[in-house]
Ligand binder design. Structure first.
Ligand SMILES: Cc1ncc(C[n+]2csc(CCOP(=O)(O)OP(=O)(O)O)c2C)c(N)n1
Ligand SMILES: [Mg+2]
Length: 563
């Protein structure tokens, strides 16, 4: 093997750039400094200097999810890379192809309780598809190629540990490919599998389709399927924007944030067709119906419910093969009932618009309804975990080409602002709106400074309800006192103004729309803090709970079970 003049850091940067990495979200330090230096000298990758490594991982996760390309983050020795972990869990559980570089202390002192010593292989073992430590320069190109290839090929996090003594050494050239191969060969179903599914469907009358993000490249066929079968189309919350534009048979999405029209469609169907989804709650599925599940990932088949026919296939290829074999259904009784239920729920969702709250307590439903009207048709929304998931789930609509990302499977707080950073770097021409909780925004507050430092024109909406409202509801519904859920907040508008953003706080519902227009029209980064009702809640996944909500305020201030 011949030695090149590159050092290991330069080789790593070269391989990353050749593989399509555009940004690395990180904080430099100690053993990472050589990499930072190499990135600047090379010039093809932008180093995005974050204020917390966790945010860097969230930002990379957002970029990877929006572009489908590999994105990168890095943390320095010990605490630097330890901070990556929560964001990496999110990326891994969102199947986002993310490369994480964990620089660490010199290999000669491993196992000696050296300053900042940690073991990245132990640390990242449960949130990665590939996780290795290179202790010689020879290993670096092999491991780096494998980390990126597995991240792209299996959809998840590839981690490579780079000790301080390795990163500055001469690189060793190798056979390892310098690019990542994203093959287009998607799994197809066999004819027998398609025939088995068609037979089951053709002999049934009440059919429901439950679709997740795996359908995003097959939206036309998905709609055709539900129309041909007069089947209610139910989605996951995560995929509600990407799958529902123009869908005639859409009846809402499933789960605790969803609508009972969707839940009942799944409960009452004789045959349920599940396509490309990883919905987390098994309790929503009946156990005595016929269930067909199709997924590109074989390991997902049968994981969430009792499946009768499981098929490993790309959804588009599967539906192309299946659709010609299906008889068109004529009876629409089951579908009509579901559509009516969905329309009734939508009518209730309109009520907060007529009653938008009072001074110091704006209804968050009204806030999201107004945002949905004013945001760009191709906006990217990032959503914090908490009550904002509820409101976005009810009020955001797809428009032309909107996208929504959040911590939908890992369920971490504080994801929206750092994800908006990654989203804006990934999609500079689109409006990027972070919908943040007051608890969420405070958790990774430092990223406000990152946004100012780069003058990154993201729009931050803070729902200042002075509580960890989602958890307050959790506790109240469980019959517990909602202790430790209060937040003493600053005026977020004033704080953001002091930091250098264009910012405003609005507490009068009559002023919300005007403030929102100013905020969205800002050229640079802008923050709008909205003083919202801490007691707003919605239980639309259950007809009974929705019907029993307080009169005149059907979605809010619902007195929970047992109180
Ligand atoms: C990192 C992390 N810590 C704690 C939780 C538990 N949790 C879920 S939602 C939530 C409250 C979020 O509060 P806030 O951001 O103010 O949103 P709100 O529900 O008030 O709209 C908490 C504490 C979590 N999901 N993630
Ligand atoms: Mg809150």
């Amino acid at each position: 093997m011949e030695s090149k003049k590159q050092n290991v850091a330069e080789q790593v940067v070269d391989m990353m750039a050749e593989s399509g990495v555009k940004h690395i979200y990180a904080i430099t330090g100690d053993s990472l400094n050589a990499l930072t230096d190499a990135i600047h000298k090379d010039g093809r990758i932008k180093f995005v200097h974050m204020r917390h490594e966790e945010s860097g991982a969230f930002a990379a996760s957002a970029e990877a999810q929006l572009t489908g390309r590999i994105a990168a983050c890095a943390g320095s020795s010990g605490p630097g890379h330890v901070h990556l972990i929560n964001g990496l869990y999110d990326a891994q559980r969102s199947n986002a192809p993310v490369l994480a570089i964990a620089s660490t202390c010199a290999s000669g002192v491993f196992g000696t309780e050296y300053f900042q010593e940690t073991d990245p292989k132990l640390l990242f073992s449960n949130c990665s598809v590939y996780n290795e430590m290179a202790v010689t320069p020879t290993q670096v190109p092999h491991m780096l190629q494998a980390a990126m290839q597995e991240a792209v090929g299996r959809g998840g996090v590839g981690v490579i540990g780079l000790p301080a003594d390795v990163i500055g050494q001469d690189a060793v050239s190798s056979y390892a490919a310098t690019t990542v191969f994203d093959t287009n060969r998607l799994p197809e179903p066999s004819e027998q599998e398609v025939d088995a599914v068609a037979g089951l469907i053709n002999s049934a009358t009440k059919i429901a389709v439950f679709a997740g993000s795996g359908c995003k490249n097959a939206v036309g066929q998905l709609h055709e399927l539900s129309e041909k079968l007069n089947a209610p189309l139910v989605t996951t919350y995560k995929s509600q924007l990407e799958l529902t534009k123009g869908a005639k048979n859409y009846v809402g999405h499933m789960g605790y944030l969803g609508m009972w029209s969707a839940v009942d469609s799944i409960q009452d169907a004789d045959v349920i067709i599940i396509l490309g989804m990883n919905f987390p709650y098994p309790g929503f599925f009946p156990t005595d119906r016929k269930i067909i599940q199709v997924d590109v990932r074989a390991e997902r088949l049968g994981r969430k419910c009792k499946v009768d026919v499981g098929v490993r296939s790309d959804i588009g290829l599967f539906l192309n093969a299946l659709l010609p074999k299906l008889d068109r259904k004529t009876d629409s009784t089951f579908l009509d009932k579901a559509l009516q239920a969905y329309a009734d729920i939508q009518a209730k969702f309109e009520e907060p618009v007529k009653n938008p709250g009072k001074k110091g307590s704006i209804r968050p439903e009204y806030m999201l309804h107004t945002l949905n009207r004013l945001a760009d048709k191709d906006a990217v929304f990032t959503v914090d975990t908490g009550m904002n998931n509820v409101w976005t789930s009810h009020y955001l609509t797809p428009a032309e080409n909107r996208a929504m990302i959040g911590s939908f499977t890992h369920g971490s707080m504080a994801n929206a602002m750092p994800m908006a950073i990654g989203a804006k770097f990934a999609c500079p021409d689109r409006q990027v709106i972070a919908i943040c909780g007051d608890g969420g925004v405070a958790m990774l507050f430092g990223e406000l400074l990152t946004i100012v430092q780069y003058q990154l024109p993201v729009k931050l909406l803070v729902a200042d309800n002075r509580t960890l409202s989602f958890v307050k509801w959790e506790m109240e519904l469980a019959g517990l006192q909602p202790n430790e859920t209060n937040l003493t907040n600053p005026d977020f508008g004033n704080v953001a103004t002091a930091i250098g953003l264009q910012a405003e706080t609005v507490s009068d519902p009559a002023e919300l729309e005007g403030a929102m227009q100013r905020w969205l029209a800002a050229e640079g980064p802008a923050l709008l803090s909205v003083v919202t009702d801490p007691d707003a809640a919605s239980f639309s996944f259950s007809k009974q709970m929705m019907d029993n909500a307080a009169p005149g305020n059907p979605l809010s201030n619902f007195l929970p079970l047992g109180s």
